[in-house]
Design a protein around this ligand. Structure first.
Ligand SMILES: [Zn+2]
Length: 93
């Protein structure tokens, strides 16, 4: 588990209790984002419940920081993940 993963507080715009990503779900979240970037036409799969009801917002401030807001209409996932670009994110090919 990369120590630089820092889950942050998301916003609740749906009325559903926001659900945060547990640290052990971060690799799945990265895989989801990577797949989404490589196949933008495909609906992203929620890293928690596997529903194709995930919304991803790329709020990255390139080339310095990656920010991705993830929200799932099925399980209530609502979280933002961030990490520094250009260094230690080895799961990015
Ligand atoms: Zn979900």
């Amino acid at each position: 588990m990369p120590a630089h993963w820092l889950p942050t507080t998301g916003t609740d715009m749906t009325g559903v209790t926001p659900r945060k990503l547990p640290l052990d779900a971060m690799p799945a979240a990265v895989a989801t984002i990577t797949a989404w970037q490589q196949a933008p036409g495909q609906p992203p799969v929620c890293p928690l419940c596997r529903a194709k009801a995930l919304t991803i917002f790329d709020r990255s401030a390139r080339p310095y920081t990656a920010w991705f807001a993830l929200s799932c209409g099925t399980c209530g996932l609502d979280d933002t993940i961030t990490y520094a670009l250009g260094g230690t994110a080895t799961s990015w090919s």
